[in-house]
Ligand binder design. Structure first.
Ligand SMILES: Nc1ncnc2c1ncn2[C@@H]1O[C@H](COP(=O)(O)OP(=O)(O)O)[C@@H](O)[C@H]1O
Ligand SMILES: [Mg+2]
Length: 308
């Protein structure tokens, strides 16, 4: 605990879970930075729910451990959970009570939560107008937002959400993503799992990709995608073009495939680049920023497609 980096809110060390002969999770090393929305991305069966259940102490690991706020959950679980809010698959509410009364019941479990706080969290998730209506009249999206309100009651620093947009319609998903972004802007750290690429791309600052119980990669979305840091071009004299481009000190590298070049350079220098080539009588027929989408990236690291 002494070597805890305060910028890392959630960490797993060699986290492993076996079910008989099946290794659901192998040696997982996650690092979730403070104040980031971290997308835990992987196809069904990848081990996302297992990871989250381990982090929250709902199941016991076969090896390794998790830390939250530098607290080892093997010995300090309840202390860590006091600063954590969570949504697991489908939060359950009493349908005959109002959303507000459900929150009151929920809040009673975790100490005393005043009426003002109930209204605050209802407003935060956009349910203030419906807070006094019975939950059985709520849409799935509203129930999911009520789940988030419940997770926020005790004003946690960390939120752990397992596929919270599952089953929502596109509008509901969009609203929920927006909410999560706002929580990130409020300084909360959010660890959210998803099997949807574009969702993680739209919602998260950070991403970890898991497959078959193994973490394939993790890092900031911007870095992993190298967005805007590559230019694709077709030129009249590729061989000479490579020489010219490599002589520019702000070009990091050039890859060539026939007359198609991929240049590691900031996309805002495209004009300078074409001028440099023209000075050597090399002309461009195509020049565009290479927008490596998470999908391409995912394909690259997993060799497999994933549902969007
Ligand atoms: N209680 C269990 N007993 C046996 N196998 C399990 C159990 N829970 C999960 N698994 C298996 O562990 C793997 C990971 O599951 P899970 O964590 O639910 O994946 P995800 O949430 O990414 O879809 C799957 O192969 C699943 O069948
Ligand atoms: Mg799951």
């Amino acid at each position: 605990m002494l070597d805890h980096d305060p910028e890392v809110v959630l960490r797993t060390v060699g986290l492993t879970k076996r079910y008989g002969r099946l290794t659901a999770l192998a040696d997982l090393e996650l690092e979730v930075p403070r104040g980031q929305v971290y997308g835990f991305l992987g196809p069904n069966g990848a081990g996302k729910t297992t990871t989250i259940s381990l982090i929250l102490g709902l199941i016991a690991p076969s090896g390794g451990h998790a830390e939250m706020f530098g607290l080892d959950t093997r010995t300090h679980l309840s202390e860590a959970l006091r600063r954590t809010g969570a949504i697991l698959e489908g939060p359950s509410f009493y349908p005959h009570l109002s959303g507000r009364d459900n929150l009151r019941v929920w809040g009673a479990l975790s100490g005393s939560i005043g009426g003002r706080r109930l209204d605050e969290v209802l407003e935060l998730v956009g349910l203030q107008a419906r807070g006094r209506d019975k939950v059985r009249t709520y849409s799935l999206g509203m129930k999911q937002r009520l789940g988030l309100a419940a997770a926020l009651l005790h004003d946690p620093d960390l939120l752990v959400l397992d596929e919270p947009t599952n089953g929502l319609d596109p509008a509901g998903m969009r609203e929920f993503r927006q909410l999560i972004r706002e929580l990130g802007q409020m300084g909360k750290t959010v660890f959210v799992s998803s099997h949807l690429l574009n969702e993680v791309e739209l919602m998260c600052d950070h991403v970890g990709i898991v497959k078959g119980g193994r973490l394939l990669t993790q890092g900031s979305v911007a870095t992993l995608l190298g967005r805007g840091q590559a230019l694709e071009m077709q030129v009249t004299d590729p061989e000479k073009a490579v020489q010219v481009l490599e002589s520019l000190d702000w070009v990091e590298g050039v890859k060539r495939q026939d007359d198609r070049l991929v240049v590691d350079a900031p996309s805002e220098r495209a004009a300078e680049l074409s001028r440099a080539l023209a000075e050597h009588q090399i002309y461009l027929s195509v020049l565009r920023p290479l927008d490596s989408s998470l999908e391409e990236f995912f394909l690259e690291v997993t060799g497999e497609e994933m549902s969007r």
